[in-house]
Design a protein around this ligand. Structure first.
Ligand code: ZN
Length: 442
């Protein structure tokens, strides 16, 4: 009945149901908070009873229904995670950590040995996955169960083969909403944060990558899931390049240990965004024109690098694409957004230099690396560009070892707090990197 170890699932999710009926523990799915309200024990959401009552007088949870309906006529099936047993785990990583990465890796290992939580705040392009390997290896050898979760499925898809390559003999499973593979028990799990809702006191070490990314950030349901998925004594590890206010507050109050890696492995400073006034960009684009400031900027940048242009909305982006095409008829370009069926193809073409200019929504703000790009944020003063988004976008530039003179430009008609904050954060990291001797000044 290994499939129920550390799990909390409904009957219909179980493969060997007869055995499960005999052996597993049954847990209630929902519990009364008071006379009027009831809480779902999978996602933690509290509902007004009269809004979630079924015809058979039972109650259900609408909040986590995409994982299969939880209602009070059912129970969860669960078996406790067995105690860790020491073992030997083949570790096939042959890379070398930089001095900065090694320090963070050491901190993390110490935290896991003590069973405490830690945030790793590493700048974009710092190489954060490598810093996890030693800790994962140690944890697996101790017999711990290790989870690596991300709010974004593309991050999971990218992480999974890298983790497998480092632990080639370790059975590893990838869990996300669209997979069809049957669940099986493994000590090493890579999954989306939604999948954590199906675990219960399972993980000794749980690493949450991109903790500030949608949909995890400000999502009580997913955060409840994390709390449920870890063992009572465990280490929770947050990985981020742009921590939320809540996390930085915890760090400042000494409630969360934090390691900062302020420099990239290639020892150059992060490119600091430059501001350029671009009056009435919104109106101009709406009328089908490309602001002159933008055209001039593209013309200069495209002589050295490819150009990524971040736009605040899909409708504006499509209009802008036509306008830009008129000015650069000889330059291959495209636009891409989250609903675009050709999204992956277009990203690949940009990577292969088949496009020189790519207009994009915030979908490409994180998780992608292009060689030799400059970035323009058009309408950087728009609400969609929060501090974390702007820091991530600026972080698309100069990620590879070879220097490309990539630049970051915020085109705006009214500087926002988020823009100022993003620039301040980037500069602060650069200063810290220089102070710690992790950056070679040019
Ligand atoms: Zn629920």
């Amino acid at each position: 009945m290994k499939e129920l170890w550390g799990r909390k699932v409904l009957k219909k999710e179980i493969e060997h149901i007869e055995q499960a009926e005999r052996q597993s523990q049954k847990l209630v799915t929902m519990q009364d908070v008071n006379e009027k309200t009831i809480q779902c024990l999978r996602c933690g959401q509290i509902h007004n009873k009269n809004t979630v009552q079924l015809a058979n007088r039972h109650y259900f949870c609408p909040a986590c229904i995409q994982l299969g309906r939880v209602d009070t006529s059912h129970e969860f099936y669960h078996l406790p995670e067995p105690n860790p047993v020491k073992r030997t785990v083949n570790f096939a990583w042959e890379g070398q950590l930089t001095e900065g990465q090694q320090a963070v890796s050491n901190d993390l290992l110490e935290s896991v040995k003590k069973g405490e939580s830690r945030m790793i705040w590493a700048v974009t392009g710092a190489g954060k996955t490598e810093m996890l390997f030693e800790t994962i290896h140690y944890s697996l050898e101790r017999g711990f169960r290790v989870g690596i979760a991300s709010p974004r499925v593309d991050v999971c898809l990218e992480l999974f083969p890298r983790i497998q390559a480092v632990f080639p003999e370790e059975p590893t499973i990838l869990l996300h909403g669209k997979m069809e593979e049957q669940y099986r028990y493994n000590k090493l799990v890579v999954c989306t944060t939604h999948q954590l809702l199906r675990f219960f006191q399972a993980f000794d070490v749980l690493i949450i990558d991109e903790v500030d990314a949608f949909p995890f950030v400000d999502n009580e349901l997913l955060q409840y899931g994390v709390g449920q998925a870890i063992k009572q004594t465990s280490s929770l590890v947050y990985l981020t390049a742009t921590p939320t206010k809540e996390l930085t507050k915890k760090t400042a109050q000494n409630k969360l240990k934090t390691s900062i890696l302020p420099a990239r492995y290639h020892r150059r400073v992060l490119p600091v965004p430059k501001l350029k006034w671009c009056s009435k960009w919104h109106e101009k684009i709406k009328k089908g024109n490309s602001p002159r400031t933008l055209v001039t900027k593209i013309r200069t940048l495209v002589t050295k690098n490819d150009v990524l242009i971040f736009c605040p909305s899909i409708s504006l982006m499509e209009k802008l694409k036509e306008a830009v095409e008129k000015h650069f008829p000889e330059v291959p370009l495209a636009c891409v957004h989250s609903q675009d069926p050709e999204r992956l193809e277009k990203v690949l073409k940009m990577r292969n230099k088949e496009y020189r200019i790519l207009l994009t929504s915030t979908i490409l703000e994180r998780g992608v690396t292009f060689d030799g790009v400059s970035v323009i944020v058009l309408g950087a003063n728009h609400d969609v560009f929060a501090t974390s988004a702007l820091v991530q976008i600026a972080g698309r530039v100069d990620r590879r070892k070879e220097y490309t003179a990539g630049e970051v430009w915020f085109l705006h008609d009214g500087c926002t707090k988020a823009m100022k904050e993003a620039i301040k954060q980037i500069k602060k990291m650069n200063t810290l990197g220089i102070e710690r001797g992790l950056i070679d000044e040019m």
